[in-house]
Design a protein around this ligand. Structure first.
Ligand code: CA
Length: 219
């Protein structure tokens, strides 16, 4: 799952990025509102974390522009402690959730997990398909109850397919959600990740639709 993080406090940014990456998320970071607006409108994100107090262009106007141009990505806004009116404006502008600074990083991570669960239409953080169980909270999988070691790319691929259970996902779409903006995107390596996941988790979990992409059937 790929996340855009728009925050101008560099230290806080690094902390947030670290926490999210530890859960297998791909994180693109921007430090001003203009860049945030551009990337949020042109790249494929599963979630956006938007500080409202950004330089160059403020977060509320960025959020309004996204919503008015059809960007429907879930947005979590970050606001100042005394900014209750910012929170109201942010929610009215189309934010899905908010966090007041200062916050605890585990709370931010939990809100991201909850938002991603909501957008996938699932309430249970545990995904089960036959003998495979995947914990979407930590990106950990078991097969027949035995933990399976997955690389961060394998977690990224599996998370996105599980998030979209029952929907056919093309290689292009998959590559847009598992690589960062500055990452080396190669849709050919997707087949390699899929093969490895099949070897580790069994051949039945991920279906290949020849020439079109991959999907996980609703169990
Ligand atoms: Ca700020």
């Amino acid at each position: 799952m790929r996340i855009l993080l728009a925050e101008d406090e560099v230290v806080l940014c690094d902390q947030i990025k670290k926490v999210l990456m530890a859960e297998g998320r791909i994180v693109d970071v921007v430090h001003d509102g203009q860049e945030a607006c551009f990337l949020g409108a042109t790249e494929s994100y599963d979630m956006i974390i938007l500080d409202l107090g950004l330089p160059v262009r403020d977060g509320i106007s960025v959020l309004r522009e996204w919503r008015s141009t059809g960007v429907a990505t879930p947005v979590l806004i970050l606001t100042a402690r005394d900014g209750w009116s910012d929170r109201v404006d942010g929610l009215d502008a189309g934010a899905d959730d908010y966090l007041t600074k200062p916050f605890h990083l585990p709370e931010l991570a939990a809100r991201v997990r909850a938002a991603l669960r909501r957008s996938s239409g699932r309430s249970n953080p545990l995904f089960q398909h036959g003998d495979v169980v995947f914990d979407t909270r930590h990106g950990r999988a078991t097969l027949d109850g035995v933990p399976v070691d997955l690389t961060s790319q394998e977690v990224a691929v599996l998370s996105y397919l599980i998030h979209n259970t029952g929907r056919l996902i093309s290689r292009t779409e998959l590559s847009e959600h598992i690589y960062a903006y500055d990452g080396d995107r190669d849709s050919n390596t997707i087949a390699v990740f899929i093969n490895r996941l099949r070897k580790k988790l069994g051949p039945d979990l991920i279906q290949t639709v020849r020439g079109r992409g991959y999907m996980i059937d609703a169990a």
